[in-house]
Design a protein around this ligand. Structure first.
Ligand code: 4NP
Length: 155
């Protein structure tokens, strides 16, 4: 059985598609069987591909995220995934508010999985420049490595 993970940010066009891509690459590298998706708490970009700046950062890292399409997180996601992972603290708070009581998924903050970075957020790069997107990639790939290692050792 694959481990099922959902990464959630605000628009699902910048940070969570990058987290999805970084985690998929790391899971492939270490041979962890996973099913991964991403979503946003907002609905402004539903159906759209990732932001061109996020696509460019991913492409430079050898990952094509152009086929991903944004969607909004739902209550059902808490039943369908094992882990729902928030990219920042505001998202975590919003997800706590919609998480059904009977949810099977564990809900966590992405950088809580990185020793020494507990409580930190992957900051929103949407209004920023290229450097912000590079920082987002660095954050999500560091977290992907740590989280994949934890999940692999729990198997
Ligand atoms: P994301 O970035 O949450 O990392 O996908 C954003 C994308 C769009 C908006 C905000 C953040 N927006 O306000 O439209």
């Amino acid at each position: 059985m694959p481990v099922r993970l959902l990464f959630v940010c605000l628009g699902n066009i910048c940070r969570s598609p990058l987290a999805e891509a970084a985690f998929r690459a790391e899971a492939d590298r270490i041979g962890l069987d996973v099913e991964i998706d991403s979503a946003g708490t907002g609905d402004w970009h539903v159906g759209q591909p990732p932001d061109p700046r996020a696509q460019a950062v991913a492409r430079r890292e050898g990952v094509d995220i152009g086929a991903l399409r944004a969607r909004q997180v739902t209550k059902a996601d808490f039943h369908q995934f094992d882990h729902v992972v928030a990219l920042d603290f505001d998202i975590l708070r919003d997800l706590r508010a919609i998480q059904p009581e009977s949810a099977r998924a564990s809900l966590s903050l992405l950088l809580d999985h990185v020793p020494g970075r507990e409580g930190q957020s992957v900051s929103d790069p949407y209004e920023g420049g290229k450097a912000h997107f590079e920082k987002s990639w660095a954050d999500v790939s560091e977290a992907a490595k740590a989280l994949a290692k934890t999940l692999a050792s729990a198997r």
